[in-house]
Design a protein around this ligand. Structure first.
Ligand SMILES: C[S@@+](CC[C@H](N)C(=O)[O-])C[C@H]1O[C@@H](n2cnc3c(N)ncnc32)[C@H](O)[C@@H]1O
Ligand SMILES: *[C@@H]1O[C@H](CO)[C@@H](O)[C@H](O)[C@H]1NC(C)=O
Ligand SMILES: *[C@@H]1O[C@H](CO)[C@@H](O)[C@H](O)[C@H]1NC(C)=O
Ligand SMILES: *[C@@H]1O[C@H](CO)[C@@H](O)[C@H](O)[C@H]1NC(C)=O
Ligand SMILES: *[C@@H]1O[C@H](CO)[C@@H](O)[C@H](O)[C@H]1NC(C)=O
Length: 245
């Protein structure tokens, strides 16, 4: 089986050869960093429409986690263009963090459209090292479609736990590897992952993120595996839920 997967990966790599060459020359990556925000903003609008019910119901209990301060302090990591703002309760104090500063323009637009929230400055940093965010300074951390493209998921979860106050909550929606390793989806996730990563800015369709969340020892973990109603078959297996520190 693994030989077949390897051969098919090779065929995919040959088809993708022009992209691989641009990647090695560094041209593709700088192109992606610049134009990815345009693509993602469009993509996330579509994704929001399809996932509207799931997002609305997941984020509905955010007010349960308002802490000792007057306003609920919410950090969104890998915020992109801010597609989740519309689901946050009125009056939240939102800090946005993303590794790519080119999202600023798209972010500003979504902030202007969602003036039921107040916004702290946009932090440009990697979610696995958020030095400028203080220990226990957040009531809620949100992350959607982020960890597929970070190299070290346990480090992100560790940072999330650090910045949350005790009793604070971590909300997540992520596409993951199919749990059923003998399914066709799992087979094609293995075959096409290298090409997928190249096209979608390092995004992997094979991460077992639920294991990292289970290992992180939150005091409470509400996690469900769902099949997302989106068109990209290989990204349909999702996990959705929240964990309490
Ligand atoms: C697929 S987009 C999702 C955007 C947004 N969370 C949403 O659901 O609409 C992934 C985002 O994660 C950001 N990102 C990737 N690696 C990151 C990292 N190590 N730290 C912080 N953000 C990162 C990307 O710049 C991009 O904005
Ligand atoms: C949290 O919020 C939801 C929806 O607002 C509510 O139905 C639920 O009872 C709350 N749970 C707790 C533990 O407070
Ligand atoms: C919003 O949260 C940040 C980070 O915790 C904090 O520094 C700031 O004072 C808060 N702003 C308001 C208006 O509460
Ligand atoms: C995500 O999956 C890819 C492909 O299997 C792997 O290379 C990467 O290390 C995984 N990331 C994490 C943080 O586990
Ligand atoms: C896993 O996928 C295979 C192939 O599609 C199927 O026969 C099997 O019933 C699935 N197992 C589970 C636990 O869903």
């Amino acid at each position: 089986m693994s030989v077949i997967i390897f051969l098919l990966q090779l065929i995919a790599a040959v088809i993708m050869l022009p992209l691989h060459i641009l990647h090695y020359l560094g041209i593709w990556d700088s192109f992606m960093k610049k134009y990815f925000p345009h693509f993602i903003s469009k993509f996330c609008e579509t994704y929001n429409k399809l996932m509207n019910d799931q997002k609305r119901s997941l984020f509905s209990n955010i007010p349960n986690f308002s802490g000792p301060t007057k306003q609920l302090r919410l950090l969104e990591i890998g915020c992109g263009s801010g597609a989740n703002f519309r689901y946050y309760p009125r009056g939240c104090n939102v800090t946005c963090l993303d590794i790519n500063p080119n999202f600023q323009r798209f972010l500003s637009k979504n902030q202007a459209e969602n003036d039921h929230l107040t916004y702290e400055s946009f932090v440009v940093a990697s979610a696995d090292n958020m030095m400028s965010i203080g220990d226990g300074s957040m009531d809620v951390v949100v992350c959607t479609l982020l960890v597929c493209s970070v190299p070290n998921i346990p480090a992100v979860v560790k940072e999330v736990k650090r910045v949350l106050r005790p009793g604070g909550a971590f909300y997540f929606i992520e596409h993951v590897a199919d749990v059923n390793e003998s399914s066709w989806i799992s087979f094609f996730q293995k075959v096409l992952n290298p090409s997928w990563k190249l096209i979608f800015d390092g995004c992997s369709i094979r991460n077992t993120t639920w294991k990292d969340l289970e290992n992180a020892k939150f005091s409470e973990l509400n996690l469900r595996h769902i099949t997302a109603p989106i068109s990209m078959t290989l990204a349909k297996p999702h996990i959705i839920g929240y964990a309490v520190k």
